[in-house]
Design a binder for this molecule. Structure first.
Ligand SMILES: C[S@@+](CC[C@H](N)C(=O)[O-])C[C@H]1O[C@@H](n2cnc3c(N)ncnc32)[C@H](O)[C@@H]1O
Length: 290
């Protein structure tokens, strides 16, 4: 391999070809993240983006590309994911925050725009990405986050501690079951914003390997109709929100109608409508407490 073949630009082009041939749906984005990860020790080196890759860096990248081609999620390979501009650590045992959730987060932050010292809740928090993004955007907010799975909670605690070290307002993390009718009972009628990206996949459905093989099943599947946890989230929102408070729930692209119906059934919500993700698919449903 010549020095010219080892330049970051040439290595990136070859990596994109490798991932394209392997059938990845975002080969350039993945290749850029994996290359950046392979050369991460260069941080602070002058002209780091021009220096040819060393044998060690090339070997690291080859390994990452092979694992990605075998369908390991790119975020597990790099150990990081970003939501709302906030980076969280992720790895086996915790759901990887998705770009699809950005519009739900943006809606939530708009709801809080005119609220002084808001109180927000993130149900099914996983890595705590949504809760931490809210705490980062609104430093004077009080943010509660709830998670049932002990491994996910470990990631949430680690991410919350890291963000607090960086100066963000600490989260209130709860090890609890969202289906518990007494969940966060002390906050009844006081919450300004409730966000949730719960599990919503119909049990038995086959998912792409990045999810089916690698991500924790409690983060994905939710009963035979995919709505078991969403029903509990709707009930919790009816109880916890103050009048005028807002709820946004992420769901599958064919679940907007059933989720809107669940919100209507409560008889205490207004302005029930769904929002779309960056692909234009119905992805989350929102409402305000009457
Ligand atoms: C789709 S993941 C979303 C994680 C995170 N909110 C995000 O957007 O990246 C759903 C999360 O809900 C958690 N979960 C599932 N059932 C739950 C329940 N009954 N109570 C609390 N958390 C639950 C899972 O462990 C998982 O971490």
């Amino acid at each position: 391999m010549t020095a010219r073949d080892r330049t970051p630009a040439a290595v990136l082009a070859a990596a994109v070809r490798t991932l394209t041939d392997a059938g990845m749906w975002a080969p350039r984005e993945d290749a850029e993240k994996l290359l950046a990860h392979a050369v991460r020790d260069r941080a602070g080196t002058p002209r780091a983006d021009e220096l040819p890759l060393s044998d060690k860096e090339l070997a690291v990248l080859d390994d990452l590309l092979a694992r990605r081609a075998a369908r390991e999620p790119v975020e597990y390979l790099t150990g990081r994911a970003v939501l709302g501009g906030v980076e969280v650590a992720v790895g086996p045992g915790v759901f990887i925050p998705r770009k699809h959730t950005e519009p739900l987060l943006a809606w939530g932050l708009r709801v809080l725009r005119d609220v002084d010292r808001p109180l927000a809740v993130d149900l099914c928090t996983g890595s705590a990405a949504i809760a931490l993004a809210v705490a980062h955007a609104r430093p004077e907010a009080t943010v509660h986050a709830v998670e049932l799975d002990p491994t996910a909670l470990t990631w949430a605690r680690r991410n919350a501690a890291r963000r607090a070290e960086l100066g963000d307002t600490p989260l209130h993390l709860h090890a609890a079951d969202v289906t518990d009718p007494a969940l966060l009972r002390g906050l009844d009628g006081t919450v300004d914003l409730l966000l949730a990206n719960p599990p919503f996949v119909v049990e038995g459905r086959e998912l792409p390997p990045e999810w089916q093989r690698h991500q924790p099943w409690p983060a994905l599947f939710s009963g035979t109709d995919g709505l078991v946890v969403i029903r509990a989230v709707v009930a919790a929102a009816a109880r916890l929100l103050r009048p005028g408070g807002g709820v946004a729930i992420e769901h599958d692209d064919d679940q907007a109608e059933p989720v809107m119906a669940l919100l209507r059934e409560q008889g205490v919500f207004t302005g029930i409508e769904f929002g779309r993700d960056h692909w234009g698919s119905p992805r989350y449903t929102t409402a305000r407490r009457t």
